[in-house]
Ligand binder design. Structure first.
Ligand SMILES: Cc1cc2nc3c(=O)[nH]c(=O)nc-3n(C[C@H](O)[C@H](O)[C@H](O)COP(=O)(O)O)c2cc1C
Length: 193
C-alpha cells in the first residue's frame, strides 16, 4: 500500500516558535511511522487579511490556491496551533478562511478539508498546553470546514521546557500520547489513500 501523504503545518511563523518545534517533531514521528510528509511554513504562503472586496476585485490570492492544491494532494494533516486568548491564532483562521474560498471545478466545496484526516496539537506555557484553543480550532474545522478531526489532541504544557535538546518531548506521557496520535493519523490517512 502507498504511504499516506500527510502535510504538517504550525500556526505560528515566529522565529523560535514552540509550535513549529512540535510540528517538526510530529513530522519526524510521522515519517518514522511510514508517512510521506510535507512540512510547510505559512511564512511561504503570505496572505492579506480576508476582505470580500479584495476577493471580488482580485480573486483569491495565489498563496491560498497553492495551499489548496497542496492539501488536496494529501490524505492527512497535522496542525500545531498556538493558543491566543483561549482560541487559535488569526494566522490559522485567515489562512483557512482564504482556503475555504477556493473551489475546484467538478469537486464538492472545501476540497482542501473534506475527505482528509486532521490531527491537532498545541504547545503553550500555560498548564493546559493550549487545549482550550484546540477545542475552538476543532469546532471550526469540523463544523465550518467539514474536516474529519481525530478525537485525541496533543496539548503540550510547560512551553520551552517541554522539549529536550534533541527536539523530543521531555514528559514521557506526553511523548507517548503524541506518538499514539501520530500512529492513528497515519492509519486513518492510509484508509483514505
Ligand atoms: C495574543 C496572545 C495571546 C495568548 N494567549 C494565551 C492563552 O490564552 N493561553 C496560553 O496558554 N498562552 C497564551 N499565549 C502565549 C502563547 O501560547 C505562547 O506565546 C506560545 O509560545 C505561542 O506559540 P509559538 O511559540 O508557537 O509562537 C498568548 C500569546 C499571545 C501573543
Amino acid at each position: 500500500m502507498a504511504s499516506p501523504k500527510i502535510v504538517v503545518v504550525a500556526g505560528s511563523i515566529r522565529s523560535g516558535s514552540l509550535n513549529e518545534k512540535l510540528a517538526a517533531l510530529a513530522a519526524r514521528s510521522l515519517r518514522d511511522a511510514g508517512a510521506d510528509v510535507t512540512h510547510i511554513s505559512l511564512r511561504d504562503y503570505p496572505l492579506p487579511i480576508y476582505d470580500g472586496d479584495l476577493q471580488n476585485q482580485s480573486g483569491v490570492p495565489d498563496a491560498a490556491k497553492r495551499l489548496v492544491d497542496l492539501f488536496v494532494a494529501q490524505q492527512g494533516a497535522f496542525v500545531a496551533s498556538p493558543e491566543y486568548n483561549s482560541s487559535f491564532p488569526p494566522l490559522l483562521k485567515n489562512t483557512f478562511d482564504w482556503m475555504s474560498r477556493v473551489n475546484i471545478e467538478g469537486r464538492p466545496p472545501l476540497p482542501a478539508f473534506k475527505t482528509k484526516a486532521f490531527a491537532l496539537g498545541a504547545v503553550s506555557g500555560g498548564a493546559m498546553g493550549g487545549y482550550r484553543g484546540l477545542t475552538q480550532l476543532r469546532a471550526m474545522m469540523e463544523l465550518g470546514l467539514g474536516a474529519l478531526v481525530l478525537p485525541e489532541m496533543a496539548a503540550v504544557a510547560g512551553g520551552a521546557d517541554a522539549f529536550t535538546p534533541e527536539g523530543g518531548l521531555a514528559n514521557a506521557r506526553t511523548a507517548d500520547f503524541l506518538e499514539a496520535l501520530v500512529r492513528r493519523l497515519v492509519a486513518q490517512s492510509g484508509l483514505l489513500a
